[in-house]
Design a protein around this ligand. Structure first.
Ligand code: ZN
Length: 165
C-alpha cells in the first residue's frame, strides 16, 4: 500500500490556494472553484511552493512566502515596451497578464506577456508579470492520490482540476 496521506513525488495533489502580494492584494485564488490539481515533482508549480509542500499531509493549511528566485524569477529586463495595437491580429483577444508567443525575424519563438493595455497601445514585457515579487501563498491540502502511469508520462494530472485532453 502506498501512502496517500503525505505529499511526495509522483502524487497528484489537490490544493486550494490564495496568492497575495506583499501589499496584501489578492493576485489569484482557487476559492469558489474546484481545487487545483498538480503532479508533485513535475514542476507544475513554482519551485518554492512545490518544495514547501513536500512532506506535508492531507488537511494541512500552510502559509508560504516564495522569494522571486524560487517563484517567477528576478526582474532584470528593460521593463515593458510599448507597441501599437495594430501589431496584433485584429481578432486577437488581449488581456492584461496574458502570455503569448512572438516570433522574431529569424523565426525564433519567445514568450512575452501583456503588461498593460492602453487605448492605442499594448505594453509587452519579456518577463512574467510576477517576476521580482514575493509570492505569499496560503494553501490547504484537500486531497492526495497516486498518479496514473499516463499522468506520469504526461507530467501533469488528468481529470477535474487537471488537464482535459
Ligand atoms: Zn496529459
Amino acid at each position: 500500500m502506498s501512502d496517500t496521506a503525505t505529499i511526495a513525488p509522483n502524487k497528484v495533489v489537490f490544493i486550494h490556494y490564495t496568492l497575495t502580494s506583499d501589499t496584501g492584494d489578492e493576485i489569484d485564488s482557487s476559492a469558489g472553484g474546484p481545487a487545483l490539481a498538480y503532479l508533485h515533482g513535475a514542476n507544475n508549480l513554482v519551485p518554492g511552493l512545490e518544495k514547501a509542500l513536500e512532506g506535508h499531509g492531507l488537511g494541512e493549511v500552510l502559509e508560504v512566502t516564495v522569494p522571486p528566485a524560487e517563484g517567477y524569477g528576478e526582474r532584470n529586463g528593460p521593463g515593458p515596451q510599448t507597441v501599437p495595437r495594430s501589431a496584433f491580429p485584429e481578432d486577437a483577444e488581449l488581456i492584461e497578464g496574458m502570455a503569448f508567443l512572438a516570433e522574431d525575424n529569424e523565426g525564433n519563438q519567445t514568450q512575452l506577456w501583456i503588461a498593460g493595455l492602453e487605448e492605442e497601445n499594448v505594453l509587452i514585457d519579456q518577463e512574467h508579470p510576477l517576476a521580482g515579487q514575493n509570492l505569499n501563498f496560503k494553501v490547504e491540502i484537500t486531497a492526495i492520490r497516486d498518479a496514473t502511469d499516463e499522468e506520469l508520462q504526461h507530467g501533469h494530472p488528468h481529470g477535474p482540476g487537471g488537464h482535459n485532453h
